[in-house]
Design a protein around this ligand. Structure first.
Ligand code: AGP
Length: 360
């Protein structure tokens, strides 16, 4: 069945391997009769009626939400705020006239997110849950649900659900943009299929990531992940993944923020993973890599084909500029996995963590 490990040593490895299939399933699940991507008419209506979207999520789902903001704003022209669910209550933003609340939650059971949902329902605003688990609490309690179709995710470290969240957010923003008559010059269905193939290419050369993990993280006490623009958000996710399963102190941050403090931590040999997938910021992030290298850091540039340069440690397949998170996160997941293995950590059940956090 879907939830057996089979020959895999860990659920996490199995779930990372499933990522191309998950994207293909999402394409199928969101394909209308005419072959175009589509979402439920009532949900589309709710999205089109909103003057601002409020995305509420925690952990990895929050990181997906940051990317979702870019999708809705760039494709559909709808303003978006993204909030960490546990913080929302303290900093309740001044709401727009017609807000729509979107809860992103793999499990649909996260207490911090549910607490916000309960409050928002009391206020009478419309709600949409994007979840992997049909019938979960946040799905039942929200007005609408969009499913991730990722299949059961057992490993505590979220991998395929993140990729599914990013893909479903892209589909949702794209369909909304089209319905609002926005001229988008790409076929998302086709671009998602290309991204699925790109992920597959990375998965087929896992040994390269195992080498990188050994090379950079075998004796590391800490590690940094940097990126600019959309790569910054993926850096946050890469750092979380490494922390939670390998227990290596890791930090993800915006390349431009280095000089504002974090660069003080760079010592001889400090691993710095830099994502370079966006042409527009390639020069700047490469400049940041030079800054840390000059202070002794051991940089690992992960670049997308088309913006790669000689000396980059890993070149990942080229995909549409909006969809780079789908492929750039995969090497970071695998590097974390192998780093955790080297340290003999319990990859699927890291210490102190539960799969879904049902306490506030
Ligand atoms: C991810 O690897 C984490 N274990 C964790 O951050 C998770 O994403 C978070 O607890 C949110 O869970 P949810 O998506 O089920 O709401």
């Amino acid at each position: 069945s879907d939830i057996e490990k089979g020959t895999y040593p860990h659920y996490m490895l199995k779930e990372m391997d499933e990522q191309p299939t998950v994207i293909r399933k999402i394409i199928q699940a969101y394909e209308g009769e005419n072959g175009d991507l589509t979402i439920d008419a009532n949900i589309l209506e709710a999205l089109r009626a909103a003057d601002r979207l409020y995305i509420i999520a925690a952990g990895t789902s929050y990181h997906a939400g940051l990317i979702g903001k870019q999708y809705f704003e760039k494709m559909a022209g709808i303003p978006v705020e993204v909030h960490i669910s546990s913080e929302f209550g303290y900093n309740m933003p001044l709401l727009s006239e017609k807000p729509l609340f979107i809860f992103i939650t793999q499990s649909g059971e996260t207490a911090d997110s549910r607490q916000v949902l309960v409050k928002i329902k009391e206020l009478g605003y419309p709600t949409l849950t994007i979840t992997n688990v049909p019938g979960s609490t946040l799905s039942r309690e929200a007005d609408h649900t969009l499913l991730l179709h990722a299949g059961p995710e057992i490993a505590v470290a979220s991998t395929k659900a993140y990729v599914a969240q990013v893909a479903v957010l892209a589909v949702t923003a794209y369909v909304t943009a089209k319905a609002n008559g926005k001229g988008l010059e790409f076929d998302l269905k086709q671009e998602l299929a290309i991204a699925a193939n790109g992920i597959q290419t990375i998965i087929d050369s896992k040994d390269v990531l195992e080498d990188i993990a050994e090379d950079y993280l075998k004796i590391a006490r800490n590690a940094f992940f940097i990126g600019r623009n959309i790569d910054f958000y993926v850096s946050l996710e890469g750092a979380l993944k490494l922390k939670e399963i390998s227990y290596i102190q890791a930090e993800g941050f915006a390349g431009g923020e280095l000089k504002h403090g974090t660069i003080a931590l760079i010592e001889e040999g400090t691993p710095v993973f830099a994502l370079v997938t966006q042409e527009a910021v390639s020069l700047n992030i490469r400049g940041n890599v030079k800054e840390v290298a000059a202070r002794g850091a051991y940089p690992c540039i992960i670049a997308m084909a088309g913006v790669d340069e000689d000396g980059d440690r890993l070149v990942i397949p080229q995909v549409h500029e909006y969809l780079t998170p789908l492929v750039s996160v995969v090497p970071l997941q695998l590097i974390s996995y192998y780093a955790a293995l080297h340290r003999r950590c319990d990859v699927d059940k890291p210490r102190n963590l539960a799969k879904s956090v049902t306490v506030e």
